[in-house]
Design a protein around this ligand. Sequence first.
Ligand code: ATP
Length: 224
Amino acid sequence: MSEVDERLTEGVRVAMLGGTFDPVHLGHLRSAVELREGLGLDRVHMIPAALPPLRDTPQVPPEERLTLLRLGIGDTPGLVADPRELARDGPSYSVDTLATLRHEIGAQGRLVMALGHDAFLRLADWHAPERLFELAHVVVIDRPGHAASPSAPLRRLLADREVASAEALMAHPAGGLLRLSLPTRMAVSATQVRRRLAEGRSVRYLLPEAVESRLLSRGLYRET
Ligand code: ATP
């Protein structure tokens, strides 16, 4: 079978990178680009949570966070600013979002839920964590300053799902776990960006210029 035939029977390769994106920064965007390259993905859907279940309500409304995400992505090939969680009421559960993506790409499509190591450590507390693995693979991205080991409940959830390579992961539509060390690791966080803006300090080179311009011109995050 040629590589093209294999891709046709295998279906598309799609990842979801969910988050608060409060605001989007270069750590998110560079990770999404390298994730796409590393796994040979057709698209990475970057999906802002309207109401993140496990954290305080963000101070900037979801529509504005989506606008900033769109500006940040610009014309980057393969990255999509996906508004689907903004249309739903109630908490933004990833399992519901993955179900809609699975429906769109079909049973043979490869679906990945990507998340940073900090978010991964809380995975066992998420809504319907077992179901996440029925719908998608989980790919954990290394993040500087977040190296703690998984808790016992998380280790039980992961059982023997871990695989060693992108090829092994992509051999199946869902159900695997891969830890990925991307070539560029950035210590930038949205917390750091918000703090700097509140203190009137520079955020240059932490986020795309178009995002910085909008944040500054609208005075976003100036008040804590
Ligand atoms: P905050 O500082 O407000 O907690 P954050 O910078 O972690 O925000 P989120 O929107 O919560 O940003 O993150 C969305 C996803 O992107 C999460 O899975 C998170 O682990 C991951 N992520 C965020 N920043 C980075 C980074 N610098 N490198 C790799 N992954 C990241």
